[in-house]
Design a binder for this molecule. Sequence first.
Ligand code: API
Length: 280
Amino acid sequence: MINELAFIKMHGLGNDFIVLDGRKSEVALSQEQFHIMSDRCRGVGCNQLLTILPPKDKGFAYVEIHNSDGSLAEACGNGIRCVASLLMDEDNVNKIVLETMNGSLVCTRSSNECVTVCMGKPNFNWSDIPIAVETDTLKVTVLGAESYGPATMVNIGNPHAVFFVDDVEILDLLSIGPLIENNLIFPKRSNVEFVKVLSPNRLRVRFWERGAGMTQACGSGACATVVAGILRGVINGRSASVVQDGGILDITWGSDEQVYMTGPVAISFLGIIDFSIIKS
Ligand SMILES: N[C@H](CCC[C@H](N)C(=O)O)C(=O)O
């Protein structure tokens, strides 16, 4: 059991992360230890734990992603952006490849301190989302959420249920979010996005994240939202800005079929935690 641990608290538009560097020494945290860190990091805790590990292939490093409920996640756009920025600074480069459960992601430093991540190709096949029954993933009726209309299901490494509604501000995400996240048609659960189309290239989105709950921003969710908007014909062209509680991400679904996400990163603070003196 680890007693003392150095960590970096970061966020991407208020999507909160604890970053650990496990490339030289073992940093596996117990769930209890993660919650202790999360609670002390920022009042309402952190959304994901990102652990930097030695590469398994030709990338610079492998990034393991855990949600605050302890579940593993295949993708975390805001988190990868943060870790990429850290490691590009460390190595004094403007481009880096990070390995995740969803493959190797090319990350590049763009202008004004933002980072662009190529999040890979979206997947719409019902069995790849996954959904429990064969269905057209463009418009999926989710039992209990019928009043929000059908969801468009998109996998960006992780599953997303995207609902297009007239007003996102009035939504009670705390009640509807878990109901959709844990719906039986989603064998691996799902992230949830509610979208209001502000203009053909500007979307307002609120998130309920699988394994983390309501978040200020969600990078993979912003990607899924723009892809869903293009599939549903509500976006002009292949790019849009996604307006989230924590700020704006710019998303492009390229002609190469890859989805590109560009946005800021921030270090909140560095810390050392001594579990031997902290009781949960
Ligand atoms: N909750 C997500 C992982 C984190 C996604 C989000 N923080 C992002 O920036 O993409 C899942 O279980 O698929």
